[in-house]
Design a protein around this ligand. Structure first.
Ligand code: PEP
Ligand code: MN
Length: 337
């Protein structure tokens, strides 16, 4: 961190600031410029809030020089992280494909969809049991019954299961029943939930918030990791922009940014990003071309009758076709499936 003092800062103001930083374990490099004094602060500044220094007398400006995320930062962990999700590796050369319905509805619906996406090459079964719906009158998910149906579908299909958690109160239940715990876009900054999940070692699929910057998203990953859980997978699922033609705007440049800044794996959700099933195949191919480590795609065995997000859901046949195109493209971007 660099602190630029005001041209009229007094010697007393400068040395009192230096002393207070030194007592917090920092080393100070003092540079006398033509107009003002510039202080270089060396040490672990992660726990310092730049705002606290801005109100000190004599301070003109603060310039952070390092990112505030440490454990998620590629600088301190140059190699890509590979997260083991009950036998499925996410983050390696092999693309990880998560597929399944928005919501678990019935035993028949989830097992039939699971077997079909499995046959087409999916690795992980997704399905919501606790649904974050905009309207309190909309279908809220089957909750505990939905988790049990997912467990049955796992037993029948052999695929690990991924489902969304909304409350810190449910961490134990999810820990026992689920292989990958999804934190949805709306809870990306539910810090109590992130900290609670950080106390487990379960793989966490952390979706990007609707309005979150790349930095905020990585800071949320940092919450989980700082609490002790290194197993974080990031998921770009589109952000809010002025455009309303699509449900959200898929930010593929963020995939590259995050892969550059962090060693964590990143997957892309083309379903929530677009809201339109006919865009999913192309956006999936584009995501893989942009460097995504995998995809999470909504697939329903009968989208027209889906209780949630039918318009963005692929049929199993459309999903199988998409997988065929991914197979053809993967070698070009040095990936396998
Ligand atoms: C979902 O995956 O079903 C979901 C609700 O996603 P998001 O949190 O990205 O909106
Ligand atoms: Mn959905």
């Amino acid at each position: 961190m660099i602190i630029i003092m005001k041209p009229k800062a007094t010697e007393e103001e400068i040395s009192s600031l230096c002393t207070s930083l030194e007592t917090q374990g920092m080393q100070i490099q003092r540079n006398a410029g033509v107009d003002c004094v510039v202080l270089g602060v060396i040490g672990d500044v992660a726990h310092l809030d730049p705002q606290d220094f801005l109100i000190r007398p004599g301070v003109e400006r603060i310039m952070p020089v390092s990112e505030p995320f440490k454990k998620a930062n590629r600088k301190f962990h140059p190699k890509d992280s590979v997260i083991d999700c009950a036998g499925v590796q996410v983050g390696g050369r092999r693309l990880a494909i998560f597929a399944g319905p928005c919501s678990v509805e019935t035993h028949e619906q989830i097992t039939d969809t699971a077997l079909k996406v499995r046959a087409a090459g999916a690795d992980v079964l997704r399905g919501g049991a606790y649904k974050p719906r905009t309207s309190p009158y909309a279908f809220q998910g089957l909750k505990l019954e939905g988790l049990k149906l997912l467990e049955e579908a796992r037993a029948i299909s052999g695929m690990p299961i991924c489902t969304e958690i909304m409350s810190p109160k449910l961490v134990e239940e999810f820990y026992r029943r689920v292989d990958i715990i999804q934190v949805g876009a709306r809870n990306m900054q539910n810090f109590d939930l992130l900290t609670e999940l950080g106390q487990t070692r379960k793989p966490i699929l952390l979706k990007r918030g609707l309005n979150a910057t790349v930095n905020e998203w990585l800071m949320s990953a940092e919450y989980i990791m700082a609490a002790g859980n290194p197993n974080v997978i990031l998921c770009e699922r589109g952000i809010r922009t002025f455009e309303t033609y699509t449900r959200n705007t898929l930010d593929l440049s963020a995939v590259q940014a995050v892969k550059q800044l962090s060693h964590l794996p990143v997957i892309v959700d083309p379903s929530h990003a677009t809201g339109l099933n006919w865009m999913v195949e192309r956006m999936s191919l584009a995501a893989v071309a942009a460097g995504a480590d995998g995809l999470i795609v909504e697939v329903h065995n009968n989208p027209a009758r889906a209780l949630c997000d039918g318009a963005q859901s692929l049929t199993p046949a459309q999903f199988a076709q998409m997988m065929g195109k991914l197979h053809a493209m993967a070698p070009i971007v040095e990936r396998t499936l």
